[in-house]
Design a protein around this ligand. Structure first.
Ligand code: GLN
Length: 297
């Protein structure tokens, strides 16, 4: 009898090291910028482990059950199509939070953590017992929830106008369970008329990419919602709206914090100055790129 060329079903577990190495090679071929990290994070997700625990198991020669290996390989194949890692794990870290994300909502970025810090600093500098902050275009709720959890005596409103994104805003507000944050479905142009002149800090990470500057990363170009990326011809259409709405919402002396792209500092300062804002200052992110501008009403 000839031996079958098809290998017998494998019962022994594959080595974690070998599975990780081959997944990292597949991701590298697909152009994923950090293939080893992504392979480890996906396998840690499948096994319900932290990345450090996974490394420890791999180093001590641990193995992988076939069912887990199959789930892992399916996720690696999706990541190789450049589906964002955060959509595959369903989670995105932001400051001290782990937010739920997926199709229809912008994945929070590390550089936005310093934008949230500027808003937190402004909120903490307010003398009032219960300062009020508004996040215009809240998406996953990352900034609003960072403010609400890190300044627990503040009252925070998260405004979002995309029906799909708003389901994520609401889910994260529910999951984080901060009692002092409220999600409101509204266009930022006419949002929150009841709060006119009563707000201490307005913060926004609006869409700011110029229409013709299509992002290079497929994760961004193909999976982040267009409404969260593009801000018209010069990228600043929504920044202009944020400026108008923030002037209506903020009390005199209140602070505006706007995220923008590296080359946009001067144009954002110019348009804010033309709208009557004071004390304009542009701030850099951790990579030294101009990333946000603050102004006082
Ligand atoms: N920061 C975004 C990006 O990387 C651009 C749009 C935004 O954050 N509002 O791609």
């Amino acid at each position: 009898m000839t031996r079958s060329s098809v290998s017998a079903p494998r019962h022994a577990s594959a080595s974690l090291e070998a599975v990780l190495a081959s997944a990292a090679r597949e991701l590298a071929r697909a152009g994923v910028p950090t293939p080893e990290v992504d392979a480890e994070l996906l396998l840690a997700h499948v096994l319900g482990l932290g990345r450090g625990e996974l490394r420890a198991r791999a180093l001590s020669g641990g193995g992988l059950a076939i069912a887990d290996e199959e789930r892992f390989l399916a996720l690696v194949a999706r990541r190789a199509t450049r589906e964002p890692l955060q959509h595959l794990t369903g989670r995105a870290p932001f400051r001290s939070l782990e937010l739920a994300v997926g199709p229809g909502v912008f994945v929070p970025r590390p550089e936005t953590e310093m934008v949230a810090q500027l808003a937190i600093d402004a909120l903490q500098a307010v003398a009032a017992g219960e300062p009020v902050a508004v996040d215009l275009g809240a998406g996953s709720g990352a900034i609003a929830l960072a403010l609400a959890t890190e300044v627990p005596y503040a009252r925070v409103v998260a405004v979002e106008n995309s029906p799909l994104a708003f389901t994520w805003t609401r889910q994260n507000v529910r999951e984080v369970g901060a009692p002092n944050v409220r999600a409101v479905f509204a266009d930022l142009a006419d949002a929150l008329p009841d709060e006119d002149g009563r707000v201490d800090v307005v913060v926004s990470n609006p869409p700011y990419i110029p229409r013709d500057a299509v992002p290079r990363d497929p994760e961004v170009r193909l999976f982040d919602p267009e409404a969260a990326l593009y801000g018209g011809e010069d990228g600043l259409d929504v920044v202009r709206e944020v400026s108008r709405t923030a002037r209506r919402l903020l009390r005199s002396g209140g602070t505006l914090v706007i995220e923008h792209g590296e080359p946009q500092g001067a144009s954002v300062r110019d348009l804010l100055a033309a709208d009557g804002w004071h004390a304009l200052a542009t701030h850099r992110d951790l990579l030294g790129r101009d990333r946000a501008t603050t102004a006082i009403r």
